[in-house]
Design a protein around this ligand. Sequence first.
Ligand SMILES: [Zn+2]
Length: 305
Amino acid sequence: MKKQTALFSCLPGKHKNYLAICVFVSLISALCSSLLAQPASSSPVTLEKIKDNIYLIKGGAGANCYLIAGKKSHLLVDAKMNDHSFQEMLSQIKKITGQPVGLIILTHSDGDHVNGLAGLNEEMKILAHQKTYEEMLPLVERSPELKKILPTETYQKSKVLIFEGNKLELRNFGPAHTSGDTVIFVPDSRLAIVGDLMFFGRDPLIHKHKNGSFYGYVKTLQELLAYKPEIEIFLSGHAEPASRQQVAELIDYLRQKEKQVKELIDQGKTLEEIKSLLGEKTATGSTRRWPSLVEIIYQEIKGKN
Ligand SMILES: [Zn+2]
């Protein structure tokens, strides 16, 4: 304040204070408008090498993405949640590696993994499972300007890609998180990129509105551990790189939850009672956007009987 008053020392006292307030107010409003101009999520996009030529891309808006770096071009897995973060990711990739992205693979259709493609300025090959394409279609039908986010190529069950001499295998093990989940196996690196097929420290999300399945989710996790050559690192959309041990523990946790729900159903408990007994909020107190894990398990057990 002393400094500001000194600036206006040539003015009479009353005007000094008035001018100092004006400058203060304009500084604050300039700061606010520059903050408002920033996108909602402003954590910077960063690349971190995980193993060999594979990088984890954190930050921006949306889920983790992954880069498989090549000598001539790169393969990108998933596309962040908005065009700003997508563009920031492309420019970070170019800055660090000097190469452009030549192919994008989508692990599934959720907005935090695909909506960034709205920022695509050039034609690019986008590969995904057929069901992912179908799940993205209604959005594009509603907003035709988003046509460019649609996969340009799809596969049904599995697909082998040779990327600059290295084998990659794309697999869909049936409905799990959604009906079109893709796992990208990189056998030479003993690594797999799994999208939202893994959550740690919170219950997995299973999208019933996209025909996701609890039993399919567990089966897919078992398939990941059964894959040969054995995978050692699992890279997902919302967690740190995971080990085989963590995946095995996740399967145990899900099996345990299924057992508890089944026992309570056998005792004749209602869904609301089961949720409350297992420590979940009841419908009235719930603020969840998606059905909880217990609700999904309950529906699937009931559906089976
Ligand atoms: Zn998802």
